[in-house]
Design a protein around this ligand. Structure first.
Ligand code: ARG
Length: 573
């Protein structure tokens, strides 16, 4: 159990003995540091509930506290302030040196299924896909740290207009391919395109189709044919998806994303008939389409019916999501399914979830959650664009930050320079992406985000390099903190005591900003200490060892939390 939690439980037990049953106590950092490191406001809360004088209750509580609580005092109208004995603090912190896991509380077992990434096959990833990948991956790692089991799936967008576009373009350029011969019976040859070719052909098709309605009609027909299982087109399209996945997987590798499943909308095809059997009794016809009512009496804004089958008989995004929910439940029985997808799909997910519960695709014990996120904006407050107004592709963004970073890495670092640059670039992007609350939009500022100073990824990595370099130089092998020698040191320890709360809040809100804030605070506190004290040349051996123990502890904490954010460390920078 974490130190703070243990002390909270201690006070809760004492309250039980005093007759205040089943109360919960929260130990908070004191708002008046001169009165103590911590405070509880329990006396005021109980006073209201039990109609008693808060000062009286405060006295009752303080008389029960044991020797680990020191400098206990009561302030009007009933705040209890205190600090903890150094020895008990150090015991907990030294356990944290041995194992980071000793610093926080584990959660009950649950299986959480995470759907994030969501790249679209044969199209470049854009900045929104990055946000889904960054948040989703970090949430997955946070879940694992807290003891949950997880399964992650990318839910690739491998069906839609882009399929029709590409195939119509290939048909134009190579009409003699077997895929376009209705009478062909044999095996299909392997096509020889690169991912770059696909990108180029997609652009060409897009321009042509937007000019020529006949071409657009063809695109629509091919897309619909794939949807209804046309073997020839499907055979070609699957090859194109595979080609584009090679590229997509490379990007996810760069972003340190791990997917247990790399499935997509196409994979859900096989589950559509079984899903429809469950959903059918709830469908009715509307303008030729098959739809389902999902509004509730309590709605304050209109929730339109969910279209499940289009009027031409084709499936849509929703059909595939319903089939996917059906299959995830059948195969894995998760307790929760989380969708890390742009907030602008909020209404859509509300409809899909309501439909799933209503038709009984999942029972209502399963939690379906849409974890929407805000957009990444330019300085004009509108979604981030390239200079010429196009969609910002992730690749271009990575290049842009890479240039900023390259200019800042120390001149003398030549060995592995490229690798260091790449890691710092991803660290910059991830930290910036995770430090604003998940639900808010933020303005992308390449210069600020890539700075080696301030609340940035590179600053945290810079601190981590410093910590490791001190530890290397010290050649210590055994770490033990035996004394808290000054206020700067104390402040670092008090910060570390917050860790359990930080992780819990991140988990509660499904937002990583509490962790980025914590990392920044801890790094700043350590750097402040470093500027005031000399660790390696400290003459008093007991003090020096304690400094080194603290350095090791801070290094452990920072490494482990960076790992949650899926940010790699570097050796030098
Ligand atoms: N491919 C979709 C997009 O680019 C995101 C997929 C999200 N996941 C899902 N199960 N619908 O918008």
């Amino acid at each position: 159990m974490s130190f703070i939690k243990e002390k909270e439980k201690f006070i809760e037990n004492k309250l039980n003995e005093l007759g205040y049953l089943n109360e919960s106590v929260q130990i908070l950092p004191s708002s008046k540091k001169e009165l103590g490191d911590f405070q509880i406001n329990t006396a005021m809360m109980l006073a209201k509930k039990y109609h008693k004088n808060p000062m009286e209750i405060a006295k009752e509580i303080t008389s029960c506290l044991d020797l680990e609580f020191v400098n206990v005092n009561i302030a009007n109208p009933g705040f209890i302030n205190f600090s903890f004995q150094d020895e008990s603090l150090l015991n907990y912190l030294n356990n944290g040196i041995l194992n980071f896991q000793n610093l926080f509380d584990k959660h009950p077992e649950k299986l959480i299924f995470l759907d994030y990434g969501g790249a679209n096959a044969a199209k470049a990833l854009h900045v929104g896909h990055m946000r889904s990948a960054n948040i989703g991956e970090a949430l997955r790692r946070l879940c694992n740290l807290l003891g949950y089991k997880t399964i992650s799936d990318v839910h690739l967008g491998d069906l839609g207009r882009q399929a029709g576009m590409l195939i119509s373009e290939i048909k134009l350029r190579n009409p003699n391919l077997a895929f376009f011969d209705e009478n062909y019976q044999g095996e299909y040859e392997k096509v020889n395109y690169t991912s770059k070719d696909l990108g180029e052909m997609y652009v060409a098709a897009n321009i042509a189709a937007n000019k020529d309605p006949k071409r657009m009609e063809e695109v629509r027909e091919i897309t619909a044919a794939i949807d209804s299982g046309n073997k020839r087109y499907l055979a070609l399209w699957r090859q194109l998806v595979d080609i584009s996945c090679v590229e997509i997987k490379k990007v996810y590798d760069e972003l340190n994303c791990h997917f247990d499943l790399f499935e997509g909308e196409l994979d859900s095809f096989k589950d559509i008939p079984a899903m429809l059997e469950v959903v059918n009794p709830f469908l009715y016809e509307s303008n030729g389409a098959m739809v389902m009512d999902v509004k509730l009496e309590t709605d304050t804004k209109e929730v339109p019916p969910l279209i499940v089958i289009k009027k031409d008989g084709a499936t849509i995004y929703a059909t595939r999501d319903l089939a996917t929910i059906y299959s995830r439940e059948k195969r894995f029985h998760p307790d929760e399914i989380w969708y890390v997808v742009d907030s602008r799909q909020g209404l859509y997910f509300e409809q899909v979830f309501r439909a799933s519960y209503k038709a009984g695709l999942v029972n209502d014990k399963i939690k379906l959650l849409h974890l929407g996120f805000g957009t990444i904006n330019g300085s004009d407050g509108k979604p981030y664009k390239t200079r010429d107004g196009g969609v910002m592709e992730l690749g271009s963004l990575i290049d842009l930050i890479g240039i900023e970073i390259e200019a800042k890495i120390k001149e003398e670092i030549q060995e592995n320079r490229e690798e260091i640059k790449n890691k710092l670039t991803i660290a910059t992007l991830k930290f910036a992406d995770l430090m604003s609350n998940r639900q808010t939009d933020y303005i992308f500022d390449p210069v600020k985000f890539s700075s080696f100073d301030g609340k940035t990824g590179p600053y945290i990595l810079y601190t981590s390099v410093r910590l490791k370099s001190i530890l290397n130089k010290s050649e210590a092998t055994n770490y033990q903190i035996t004394t808290i020698n000054n206020q700067e040191m104390k402040n670092i320890f008090l910060k570390i005591l917050e860790i359990s709360n930080v992780l819990n809040r991140s988990f509660q809100d499904k937002s990583l900003n509490y962790i980025t804030d914590f990392l920044f605070d801890l790094a700043s506190l350590f750097n402040k200490f470093y500027n005031n004290y000399h660790i390696l040349t400290e003459p008093d051996i007991k003090i020096k060892n304690s400094y080194l123990g603290m350095t090791k502890l801070v290094s452990n904490v920072i490494s482990n939390l960076l790992n949650v954010l899926a940010i790699d460390e570097v050796d030098k920078m």
